[in-house]
Structure formats: C-alpha cells, structure tokens
Design a protein around this ligand. Structure first.
Ligand SMILES: [Zn+2]
Length: 270
C-alpha cells in the first residue's frame, strides 16, 4: 500500500482527447520550480487536437524547495508501490508517462548550460522531438551514466535543460520550446517560425572524478571544448589538469559531490 500523503502525489491534469498524447512534466526535482510554472500556465491553453497531460512531479519537494527527500526522483524510475517518497512518486508518474507518445521532462540547472535537450537513444520518436524542439545542443546519454532516470522509462521521452534555476530567461525559452512541439504536432494554433535548426550533437562517454576538496576554476563552460592539459582547478594549491580533450557536460563548481561532471564528444548526427 502506498504510504505517500495525498498532498505529495503528482498533480496531473488532462486536456483534449485522442492522439498524439503528450506529457509535459515539470519539477520532478523540488528545487526546480520553472517546470511546475510551465505546466500550470499550459493548463489554460486550448488544445485543438490530441491530448495534453500536464504533470507537476514533486509537489511536496517544491513546497519546501527541497530537491528530494529519500532518493533523487530522477534516479528512482520506474519506482515502487511503496518504499520511500520518491520511489512511490516514480511509480505514480510511470503510470502516466506510459500513456504518452512524447514526454517533455523539464529541468533547470545550477550550471551554465542553456537550450540543451538530453536524450537516451536515437529512436524515431526521439529524433522527431529533437527536430521539433530545435535546441542549441542535443546530448546523448546512455543509460549506465544516469541510471533510473525518467527518460529511460518510456520511448519518446527527453529532458529539457534550458537554463539556470534563477534566470527568468529559462522560463521563456523552455515555454517557447514546449509550445513549438505542441504547434508542430497540430495541438495548438501558435505561429512558429522555423528557426533553421543548427543543433549540435554530443555523446556522453564518461565522468570526470572530483578529488576531495577540489576547487574548480570559473572559466569552464559546458559543451565548450576542454583540451588535454587545460587547467580544471586545484586541491589545496595542487593544480589539476585535463587528461584528455573533452566537452564538459553538467560541469559546475557545485554540481556534484564526487564528480566534476560528465565528459562528452561531438557526433555528426543522431
Ligand atoms: Zn532537475
């Protein structure tokens, strides 16, 4: 039996009918309010065709501005009927996203990443979503790198990392991307300009360890090439250099405890 309080369960609304079924889910991390904001705003949209399911993933985390309580929800999928708040949330969310043709999972970040779509494979649906979203970058992350994330649970699910938690532009660009998808699927009447896509593609192939007491230099930009021998930071005055060329992904001074972030390489196409 599920133990989770009524008020902590995912908030779900449904608009329209028939296919395609699109899930827009926000704030599966409680410290990322932008997704919930977008889901709430979309509630007033007229849906001409298909079904829009809006989901606020972690209402209790959001209320307390806490990323998670027991386990990171985005490492808890597909979840369990009982076994901690996030396991149960994941279980409930999985039931909803299983109905979907496409899932847009909205995040925000503490790093300098902007207009990035995270994908888990190169299925037809994922490619369609990337083409509709027209992000600056699409980053392929194989499952072993981020186990039990939402986007590995169903086909046609991608994560949006469009900017910093506290930047107003994050809301604007994420909403623009979500509405572009709804418009291209014929679900809303928006006029969308085709922004001659110039998406760059990357593939994550590993992580960069973070030594204890490591201090990262401020000049590292995500998805900008770091070259072998470039300075990354220091540990008590001892300098740490890059051991190879790579594109940093989700790198930030406080992004993770045990790693600086992920390392990626550029790929020509998906
Ligand atoms: Zn997040």
């Amino acid at each position: 039996m599920a133990m989770i309080d009524e008020g902590c369960r995912p908030i779900v609304y449904e608009k329209g009918s028939g296919s395609p079924v699109v899930v827009v889910i926000g704030s599966i991390h409680g410290d990322e309010p932008v997704g919930a904001h977008i889901v709430e705003e979309l509630k007033d949209t007229d849906i001409k065709n298909g079904t829009l399911l809006g989901v606020v993933g972690h209402p209790c985390g959001l209320r307390e501005n806490k990323r998670f309580f027991d386990t990171d929800l985005n490492r808890s999928f597909p979840g369990k009927e009982s076994g901690g708040i996030e396991e149960e949330l994941a279980h409930l969310i999985t039931k909803v996203i299983k109905r979907a043709d496409y899932v847009l999972d909205i995040h925000s970040t503490t790093t300098d990443l902007k207009d990035v779509v995270i994908i888990t494979g190169t299925s037809k649906k994922v490619k369609e979503l990337v083409n509709m979203l027209e992000p600056a970058s699409a980053v392929l992350v194989q499952e072993g790198m981020r186990e039990r994330s939402l986007i590995y649970t169903v086909d046609g699910a991608v994560s949006l990392e469009y900017g910093h938690h506290d930047d107003k532009q994050t809301y604007t660009s994420t909403m623009g991307a979500v509405r572009r998808v709804l418009s291209k699927l014929g679900m809303v009447d928006d006029d969308v300009a085709d922004e001659s896509p110039t998406t760059e593609y990357f593939e994550v192939y590993g992580t960069v360890d973070r030594p204890k007491n490591f201090k990262m230099i401020s000049g590292i930009s995500n998805l900008k090439l770091v070259k072998e021998g470039d300075l990354l930071g220091d540990v008590g005055g001892e300098k740490i250099y890059a051991e190879e060329d790579f594109y940093p992904f989700l790198f930030g001074p406080n992004a993770y405890e045990h790693m600086m972030g992920f390392k990626a390489r550029k790929i020509e196409e998906l």
